[in-house]
Unconditional design. Structure first.
Length: 168
């Protein structure tokens, strides 16, 4: 039996630390890593709307957390849009800008007000590929959450996330 002749390889110079990008971000909590995995593995999406289940609450902290994790795990950054307090007439432009960004390969997370108190956000929610319901612990009325799910469409929601009430 004939053995193959080994081919001599040139020695490679060790890579210097300057060649590797430095990661300066803080380590992410496991809860955020699990959330990112759940949001991105079950369904593919490029635009996600974060909707509070309860009027007078915000999903912005959840949106920021999703973007923080997504920016570290994607080659391209994930963009956050704070659309809380969206005024009448502004939704159609936001929808148009979001679509243009997504068509260029971007990923967007948009945070809106409760659609019960600010129905302008409904247009934004319906234009997003997927939605995430933010449920504040201890203060959510089931009827408000149910109405939000019905107006946006239950099938659009990837799930929900519980948030701490402000000041706790």
């Amino acid at each position: 039996m004939h053995k193959p002749t080994p081919v001599p390889l040139a020695l490679e110079q060790p890579a210097s630390p300057a060649e590797f990008p430095r990661v300066t971000a803080e380590p992410l909590p496991n809860e955020l890593l699990h959330l990112w995995t759940l949001l991105t593995q079950s369904e593919k999406w490029s635009s996600l709307v974060v909707v509070p289940a309860q009027p007078g609450t915000s999903g912005l902290a959840a949106g920021r957390a999703i973007v923080s994790v997504g920016t570290q795990y994607r080659e391209r950054p994930v963009r956050l849009i704070n659309a809380e307090g969206l005024r009448p007439g502004a939704a159609s432009r936001l929808v148009r800008d979001t679509r243009a960004y997504v068509e260029q390969g971007g990923m967007i997370v948009t945070c809106i007000d409760s659609i019960i108190t600010n129905p302008v956000g409904l247009e934004v929610a319906l234009a997003a590929e997927r939605a995430l319901l933010c449920v504040p612990l201890g203060s959510t009325e089931f009827s408000a959450a149910r109405l939000t799910l019905e107006r946006i469409g239950k099938t659009r929601f990837l799930g929900s996330v519980c948030t701490r009430p402000a000041g706790s």
